[in-house]
Design a binder for this molecule. Structure first.
Ligand code: DC
Length: 223
């Protein structure tokens, strides 16, 4: 069974995807972590985020390995654990530029489809999972929330990891990323393409229960 969760940054996708996968007893894939790792590689190598050809080549050469477990995702890039390094504000910004490059997307989409084939069942989370990567997924969700809610959540996350960033800075960063990322998941809002859930006034538990209920109704399984 393939379940896709797409939507903007800060809507709660990662936590929900991880928890839902645990509940269903299947694997979970954080595709944003893959784009982040490629962005980190570009930053470290001083590759210009506008140099599309070099970025695509560099993505193809990267040795990327993800270990998505119940308590989070560990990301190995060229053999080095970059789990913490890919979560900073600078990587946030560069990632959405790198993610615009079609050559980079082609490399990562192929890898994601390969992971899907290998595992058979998974909950996968990103921007294009239900539209491009797994168009035949069994259940597709779009998780959304107001920009204020998303900025507040991101501030809390960054604060928890010791990064001191103002609410306004985070909000501006999110709005900029929305402009670049939304064309990927917005088509899923067309009628009948995905189940949209606004998580602004919901707790994580409520969102996970709602998704599990939808999966149960649509697939006949008992999460
Ligand atoms: O979900 P996230 O914040 O970790 O994603 C990081 C960036 O990668 C974000 O700018 C959107 C982009 N991304 C993408 O374009 N396609 C995906 N499938 C996943 C993430």
């Amino acid at each position: 069974m393939i379940v896709t969760i797409d939507g903007p940054a800060g809507a709660g996708k990662s936590t929900v995807a991880r928890r839902l996968a645990g509940k269903l007893g299947i694997a979970y894939l954080d595709t944003g972590a893959m784009y982040r790792a490629i962005a980190l590689r570009a930053l470290r190598r001083g590759v210009d985020p506008e140099d599309q050809e070099r970025l695509a080549r560099m993505a193809g050469e990267a040795e990327l390995s993800l270990d998505c477990r119940g308590d989070g995702v560990r990301v190995l890039l060229d053999g080095e654990d970059v789990t913490e390094a890919i979560r900073g504000m600078e990587v946030n910004q560069v990632t959405s530029l790198v993610a615009k490059v079609q050559g980079v997307r082609d490399v990562l989409v192929r890898q994601q489809q390969e992971i899907g084939r290998r595992l058979g069942s998974l909950v996968t989370e990103g921007r294009d999972q239900g539209s491009v990567v797994f168009p035949k997924a069994d259940v597709k969700f779009v998780l959304d929330a107001s920009v204020e809610t998303r900025a507040r959540r991101r501030c809390e996350e960054l604060g928890d990891s010791g990064q001191d960033v103002s609410f306004d800075e985070v909000r501006t960063n999110l709005t900029e990323r929305d402009d670049r990322d939304s064309p990927r998941w917005a088509p899923l809002l067309e009628p009948g393409r995905a189940i949209r859930i606004d998580t602004s006034d919901m707790t994580i538990d409520q969102v996970v229960d709602r998704l599990a209920g939808e999966v149960r109704d649509r697939s006949g399984t008992t999460p």
